[in-house]
Design a protein around this ligand. Structure first.
Ligand SMILES: C[S@@+](CC[C@H](N)C(=O)[O-])C[C@H]1O[C@@H](n2cnc3c(N)ncnc32)[C@H](O)[C@@H]1O
Length: 214
């Protein structure tokens, strides 16, 4: 198996030294699409924010900087991701501005109506029960709060052919392969309002935003 293949197999739940390499690499690779995606939501100084599937923690750090008087949480079901996120955010954690927890999107350990914003970057397509997991997040949003999903892997996107080839390799891409309109449907079915989809086809980027009714 090539190193590239082995790294791809690590994307859904990084572990061990290869997981650490992948998390470091994803922190770099996902930075631009994340910056682009986050332009589609407004983040206030005092916001309470959750990044689901936080991986190596770069998005958590970015969000903490964007909400300097608020608090940012990261959660991931991979111990390697949690450790990497904690390392990347150790100064914010020491200052009480960031917390990183181990846990699954399906059982989020937070009270209802806690968050102004929930972000999910390059992770939702691995979730075990997308509709239920989206509803789980909806409970945690304050009225008027938003969920934003940002991704490079989607049906009809620039990298579609590559993804279809990867899907055929055993164990690599067990993920929800959804088009732009299927993303819209996913948000609406789960009960989100004001659903908006943004696509940057030339870059292969998609971003979906939905809100909780106020
Ligand atoms: C492709 S990585 C992306 C990491 C990071 N968001 C980024 O943009 O670099 C996917 C991450 O989602 C996490 N993940 C996948 N399924 C999850 C689930 N059901 N609950 C929590 N985290 C999950 C994985 O452990 C991994 O860290």
């Amino acid at each position: 198996m090539s190193l590239g293949t082995a790294l791809l197999m690590q994307c859904s739940k990084p572990s061990g030294w290869l997981g650490r390499v992948n998390l470091w690499s994803m922190n770099r690779r996902h930075s631009k699409v994340t910056a682009w995606g986050l332009k589609h939501v407004s983040i206030q100084n005092r916001d309470t924010i959750l990044d689901v599937g936080c991986g190596g923690g770069r998005t958590v750090a970015r969000l903490a900087a964007m909400a300097p008087e608020g608090k940012t949480y990261g959660i991931d079901y991979s111990e390697e991701s949690v450790a990497a996120s904690r390392r990347a955010n150790r100064k914010w954690i020491a200052a009480g501005r960031v917390e990183v927890l181990l846990g699954s999107v399906s059982h989020l350990p937070f009270p209802d109506r806690m968050f102004d914003l929930v972000t999910a970057v390059e992770t939702h397509y691995y979730w075990p029960d997308l509709n239920a997991d989206m509803q789980e997040i909806l409970h945690l949003l304050k009225p008027g709060g938003k969920l934003i999903i940002i991704a490079e892997a989607y049906k009809g996107g620039k990298y579609d052919r590559l993804l279809q080839r990867l899907e055929k390799l055993p164990g690599i891409m067990n993920y929800a392969h959804m088009s732009v309109s299927e993303h819209r449907e996913l948000f609406s079915k789960a009960g989100y309002s004001d659903v908006q989809l943004f696509e940057e086809y030339d870059k292969g980027w998609i971003c979906a935003v939905g809100g909780k009714r106020g």
